[in-house]
Write a protein that binds this ligand. Structure first.
Ligand SMILES: Cc1cc2nc3c(=O)[nH]c(=O)nc-3n(C[C@H](O)[C@H](O)[C@H](O)COP(=O)(O)OP(=O)(O)OC[C@H]3O[C@@H](n4cnc5c(N)ncnc54)[C@H](O)[C@@H]3O)c2cc1C
Length: 456
């Protein structure tokens, strides 16, 4: 490799910005970021619409696993953020059950409560069996009752993919586990148990939504970013790219964050059939702006899960609770997320109307409330599905690309859901720079369990 390699970064989402941030920190400015959109932030962008409401692409909650990420956040946001107590709920059987669901099953109707409790006793008495799928893991960890009433229907909805065709190794620290005697105590005392452990609070920018973080990060090296410039094709052997304005550029090292299956199709030098076997789901966000004050029942809630089919969305966030600036004065806002995929298409008809009807049927919107705004945004790439053979497919693509100096990272570049949040993807960029310059291990990409096991 030449002493000063020429670096190209594709995408100004958190991963691309992470690489650019670290290069800049090291005093390296000979790199270019190509971004097809006119803004930085990728899926962590926010939009303020004509009605004055600000929306994220789905509820973005920061939970950092890295002191390095925390320092970056403090450095760009200074004190311009709020810190919130997490408060999430499950809407089921026409009532709210606090999260973690398993600790609060005393809120369920008697028959469902009995089935959930019986399932919990069964798993505490049975010898653990060998697990193969995410569905197996759910039933073995939470019992058949909680699986039937909440976790299987919810996960089918959020992934738009069958849990018995997904692996379970990605789960890591994402879901609180089960303590049967504590649950029984909660049933006896009818006490809500909403303990979140170390992840009890999260930060959110005062103004501009989650995207404000990434706008500020990009501001540190804006001259290096070329917006409205899509990479149309790549020649891996010649190490060149063709851009949407017809120009070309060349590199020694390419850091790309576009979806891996798309990247594989933009080149013709090497066959990469495994890339097309990766599965993803899409996400449609419908934001609802509502006149008046936030209803009492929602006034402290952050987000809510919807496992049932009464509403098309799997999650709704009271987005105006994250910042009063997310809604104009005299209004509040709900942001809903609907998943779809080639297995589970979006419902027919106008999705915004379907969501609105669903929000009314699950009593999120008070009768007679005036709707001020309906904002819809669809992202074809929403969630990288952890399918059973995902890692096999990835190992047939990522190392092959690296032989050509192409490093595919980020939420859909590396396709690992377990390390695809903002902190993870930003750090994938940072760690890649440390790897190419200092041969350090890219721990987030290669050792997700270690990263998610605690703050490093
Ligand atoms: C519904 C939803 C909810 C989420 N919730 C959370 C959460 O609660 N907490 C959290 O931390 N994270 C959350 N995330 C994840 C967060 O958005 C991602 O971690 C982050 O955006 C991934 O960054 P990335 O750079 O890897 O990819 P992206 O954000 O996808 O960025 C890739 C960039 O590459 C650009 N690009 C693509 N192709 C080309 C091309 N050919 N040429 C030029 N540019 C190109 C794109 O325009 C984009 O800007 C959520 C994501 C979604 C979708």
């Amino acid at each position: 490799m030449a002493k000063k390699p020429r670096i190209i970064i594709i995408g100004a989402g958190p991963a691309g910005l992470g690489a650019a941030w670290r290069l800049t920190e090291l005093g390296i400015s000979d790199f270019t970021v190509y971004e097809k959109q006119g803004y930085a932030g990728g899926l962590a962008t926010s939009f303020t619409d004509d009605a004055g409401f600000t929306w994220d692409i789905g509820g973005h909650v920061l939970h950092s696993h890295y002191p390095y990420f925390d320092r970056m956040f403090e450095s760009v946001m200074t004190s311009e953020y709020f810190t919130h107590q997490r408060e999430s709920w499950v809407w089921i059987y026409d009532r709210f059950v606090p999260y973690p669901f398993q600790n609060n099953i005393h809120r369920l109707p008697p028959k469902a409560l009995r089935e959930c409790l019986q399932g919990l006793h069964e798993i505490s008495q049975k010898k653990p069996k060998k697990l193969r799928t995410f569905a197996d893991w759910i039933t073995a960890s939470f019992g058949s009752g909680i699986a039937k009433h909440f976790l299987l229907p919810y996960n089918r909805k959020v992934w738009a993919y069958p849990p018995d065709k997904m692996n379970y190794q990605w789960v890591g620290d994402r879901v609180a586990t089960v303590d049967v005697s504590r649950i029984e105590r909660n049933i006896q005392t009818q006490r809500d148990d909403v303990s979140w452990g170390p992840n009890a609070v999260f930060q959110f920018p005062k103004k501009g939504g989650t995207g404000a973080i990434w706008e500020r990060v990009a501001g540190r090296f804006r001259r290096r970013i070329v917006f409205h410039r899509e990479v149309i094709s790549l020649n891996l052997k010649k190490k060149t790219i063709v851009l949407s304005d017809g120009s070309t550029d060349s590199y020694d090292l390419l850091f790309t964050t576009m979806p891996l299956d798309v990247l594989a199709k933009k080149q013709t030098d090497i066959p990469l059939p495994a890339a097309s076997r990766l599965h993803h789901s899409s996400v449609t966000i419908v934001g609802i702006g509502i006149a008046g004050n936030t209803p009492e029942a929602l006034s402290t809630k952050c987000w809510m899960y919807f496992p049932e089919n009464k509403a098309p969305f799997f999650r709704a966030t009271v987005f105006s609770n994250y910042s009063r600036y997310n809604a104009p004065k005299g209004a509040w806002s709900l942001m809903t997320e609907v998943a779809s995929s080639r297995y589970v298409p979006l419902p027919h008809g106008d999705i915004a109307k379907e969501v609105l009807a669903g929000a009314r049927s699950v009593k999120l919107i008070p009768k007679g409330a005036s709707i001020e705004d309906l904002w819809t945004f669809r992202s074809e790439y929403g969630y990288p599905t952890p399918t059973l053979l995902r890692d096999k497919y990835l190992s047939g693509v990522l190392p092959v690309l690296e032989q050509f100096g192409v490093y595919s990272r980020g939420r859909f570049g590396a396709w690992k859901y377990e390390v695809s949040n903002q902190d993870h993807t930003f750090m994938q960029g940072v760690e890649w720079v440390n790897h190419i310059l200092n041969k350090e291990e890219e721990i987030t990409l290669h050792n997700p369990g270690k990263v998610n096991g605690g703050k490093r």
